[in-house]
Design a binder for this molecule. Structure first.
Ligand SMILES: [Zn+2]
Length: 184
């Protein structure tokens, strides 16, 4: 039976490809020191990949306790490196113009802008049919949010992460972050 896995990814918006791996290690060290996750990786995320299991103080990172969480097969934190668009999986993401804030269809032009950014064009942009402005795809607001970056921390099946924890992690990275929530 197919099983849905819910995820939250904290995406570093500013990390370069060259620094992503080092910053990823630094963030894992921070979270392990805080007892939020285990230091040693183990297979605890979908796809047989490695992640970090929740540790003794994992609750300090969340909003509200979920009694079933620790018994789940996939409840690790996965460090994801490499230039990519962190999307919301099964949740639809609708682009909204950064100038007039009106929504636009997630059509082939939108897809082309995403592909352009993915292939390395940092200024890949998209037209707004409402106000006729053209803005870089990274500046468009997406609802639900997506993240453009080279480094992300995916929390598999964790209850909602709290704002303070996300801000502290952003502080460790020294960068802007965006929280992407999705379902696989
Ligand atoms: Zn507009």
């Amino acid at each position: 039976m197919p099983h849905n896995n819910y995820y939250q990814t904290i995406v570093d918006r500013d990390a370069t490809p060259a620094e992503a791996e080092r910053l990823g290690l630094r963030a894992v060290e921070f979270m392990a020191d805080e007892q939020v996750i285990a230091d040693e990786p183990s297979p605890c995320v979908p796809g047989g990949r490695m992640g970090h299991r929740p540790a003794e103080a994992w609750e300090s990172a969340i909003v509200e306790l979920d009694e079933y969480f620790l018994g789940l097969e996939f409840n690790g934190v996965e460090v994801v490196c490499g230039r990519q668009i962190f999307d919301a999986g099964q949740f639809a993401s609708r682009p909204h113009c950064p100038e007039c804030n009106k929504p636009r269809a997630a059509d082939s032009a939108w897809q082309a802008a995403l592909d352009g950014w993915r292939e390395g064009d940092a200024s890949a942009s998209l037209d707004c049919p409402h106000c006729a402005s053209r803005a870089p795809i990274v500046d468009w607001r997406h609802d639900t949010p997506i993240g453009f970056g080279c480094l992300g921390f995916t929390f598999w099946n964790w209850p909602s992460l709290n704002r303070e924890f996300i801000e502290r992690l952003a502080g460790v990275l020294g960068h802007r972050v965006v929280l992407v929530e999705g379902k696989l």
